[in-house]
Design a protein around this ligand. Structure first.
Ligand SMILES: Nc1ncnc2c1ncn2[C@@H]1O[C@H](COP(=O)(O)OP(=O)(O)OP(=O)(O)O)[C@@H](O)[C@H]1O
Length: 216
């Protein structure tokens, strides 16, 4: 997250997001501590909007600002690694050859934290998400739901200034889903940063989101 300094609200104005022939224009603002649920039918551009916020898809118009710093638009462009954004995509991209704890520690190391401190912080996050006993397993030996929890721990551990969650609980077994949701809600409250949650689950909107924006 080096280079990321400002904290504060996410402001998206007339942002034109394109993927192939698809195009959507969005306006939204999310204050620190708020969780905006981005909902709507399949193919309406929810994941593409998250990709634009993360800097993986440049805008074709409008602007994205975070804490008053323009990330994209108005001739400005901040690359993904300098946005301070914690993204949990639908296909969590863990490093398969690294252990669960090394995956969580990776972002902390990238921010300059010492190896030992990063590992201990990584352990604390895995424990929090109920994965203490999987910390030393290679990520490619984890189940889908376990990998998803490691991806959540990795995103939240790195002190992001914006969190983007793309159906983060969909792969979780019903027995742990409510607990993990509650843990993530607590973590988001603690971090007091804006968050955007893509979901098809009305219950999740109810329990986690402070507001909802439905794409059509
Ligand atoms: N790599 C791609 N190249 C071209 N078009 C794409 C690509 N990825 C997605 N699209 C198109 O962009 C549109 C928006 O897709 P996106 O995944 O953002 O929607 P979504 O609302 O997140 O959908 P879902 O609820 O199914 O996850 C779709 O019409 C899709 O076909």
């Amino acid at each position: 997250m080096s280079g990321a300094t400002a904290t504060g609200a996410l402001e998206v104005r007339d942002a034109v997001v394109r993927r192939g022939d698809f195009e959507v224009t969005v306006d939204l603002s999310v204050a620190p501590g708020e969780v905006l649920a981005l909902t709507g039918p399949n193919g309406t551009g929810k994941s593409s909007v998250l990709a634009a916020l993360a800097g993986l898809l440049p805008l074709h118009g409008g602007a994205i600002a975070l804490g008053g710093e323009v990330l994209d638009g108005d001739a400005a462009w901040v690359p993904p690694e300098r946005r301070g954004v914690g993204l949990v995509p639908q296909q969590h991209l863990l490093f398969g050859h690294l252990s669960a704890v090394e995956n969580v520690a990776f972002g902390l190391r990238a921010r300059g934290m010492r190896r030992r401190d990063a590992r201990s912080e990584g352990h604390a996050w895995l424990e929090r998400l109920g994965l203490a006993d999987r910390a030393h397993l290679r990520a490619d030996r984890l189940s889908g739901g376990q990998s998803q929890r490691v991806a959540l721990a990795r995103a939240l551990a790195a002190s992001p200034r914006l969190v983007l969650l793309d159906e983060p609980f969909a792969a979780l077994d019903v027995r742990v889903r409510d607990d993990v949701r509650a843990l993530v809600a607590d973590a988001l409250r603690e971090l007091a940063i804006p968050a955007v949650l893509v979901t098809h689950d009305a219950g999740e909107v109810e329990t986690l989101a402070t507001r909802e924006l439905s794409l059509r």
